[in-house]
Design a protein around this ligand. Structure first.
Ligand SMILES: NCc1[nH]cc(CCC(=O)O)c1CC(=O)O
Length: 306
């Protein structure tokens, strides 16, 4: 078969471009294609344009996906790559999550100090993640947090310059950007990551059977399954990537084991739960969500009020 000419849409950030190249390489390796057949098309999203405002405060939906969705639907691109963490739980019906690459290190990394405990009283932590704020303040109510945005290099420079005592970033992003040496990994029993953290997903038009078939060859089933269960939990909580919600599903002895936590924004309250069940048990996420909601009605009210 002659090689198809395909267009892969992506955000234009350094991390997004690395991830797009990973997808292109995986697809070309799986099918014996030359990388010249896949054109990487960077597309600016709303989230890329808005740098100074807390993303959680913009209130708009589909910050990182809308422009890529449109390009997919108009045929400007054939498939799109996303950090699954940034993809809304509700997607347009015409678009399908076709595949996921093997999940990377799911942990958060602390940058600027060897451990959370070693940080000074009243330390200032730069982060724009409500989840990280809540988790840090739960452990250390004395911490101050300041809004921190921009790409990885900008954030590392701010820590180095002493603008803040420390920051936190996903290990997956740092590793993919060739910075495995930066920061210390915080274990998941200390800080549970965001749903879908560390997972790269690929979307295509739901009716594009040819594209879906090619992508199936690079789908990492365990990652796909776990990330879908985490996303289902988020959906059941009517939460999104700006909510103070943490969740991690793994496969252990052929069972799915998911842990999850909900927090008050200031870390003053939280509820944690877990569930184990068969991979084909479609009720796991809803059951865990119901358990958390039942045990923490006040937190849920806040989550819905946000
Ligand atoms: N919300 C931003 C975002 N989306 C995905 C990643 C990192 C890569 C990943 O988790 O796959 C990051 C940066 C971060 O949280 O440090």
């Amino acid at each position: 078969m002659t090689q198809p000419q395909l267009k892969l849409g992506t955000r234009g950030s350094p991390l997004a471009l690395v991830q797009a190249n990973m997808v292109r390489d995986a697809l070309c390796t799986a099918h014996g294609w030359d990388i010249a057949g896949i054109e990487i098309v960077p597309i600016k999203t709303t989230g890329d344009r808005v740098q100074d405002v807390a993303l959680a405060e913009i209130g708009g939906k589909a910050l990182w996906t809308k422009e890529l969705d449109r390009a997919l639907l108009t045929g400007e691109i054939d498939f799109a790559v996303h950090s699954m963490k940034d993809v809304e739980t509700v997607r347009p019906v015409e678009i399908t999550i076709a595949a996921m690459l093997p999940r990377a290190d799911v942990r958060d990394r602390l940058i600027g100090a060897p451990s959370i405990a070693s940080l000074r009283q009243g330390a200032v932590i730069g982060t724009s993640s409500p989840r990280r704020v809540a988790q840090l303040k739960r452990m250390r109510p004395d911490f101050e947090t300041v809004l921190f945005r921009g790409n990885v290099d900008t954030r590392l420079a701010k820590v180095a310059a002493g603008d803040v005592d420390a920051s936190m970033l996903a290990a997956a992003g740092l590793d993919r950007l060739g910075r495995p040496d930066v920061g210390v990994g915080i274990e998941t029993d200390v800080m549970l990551p965001a749903p879908a953290q560390g997972a790269v997903g690929i979307e295509a038009r739901a009716a594009d059977d040819r594209m879906l078939g090619w992508l199936a060859a690079i789908d990492h089933e365990a990652t796909h399954l776990c990330v879908l269960v985490e996303r289902a939990l988020l959906a059941a909580l009517v939460a999104d990537c700006h909510s103070p919600v943490a969740a991690l599903a793994v496969i252990e002895d052929d069972l799915v084991w998911m842990r999850a936590e909900l927090f008050a924004e200031d870390g003053s309250a939280h509820v944690a739960g877990e569930i184990r069940g068969a991979a084909d048990d479609g009720t796991l996420a809803e059951r865990l969500a119901a358990d958390l909601l039942e045990r923490a009605p006040e937190l849920v009210r806040r989550l819905f009020a946000a």
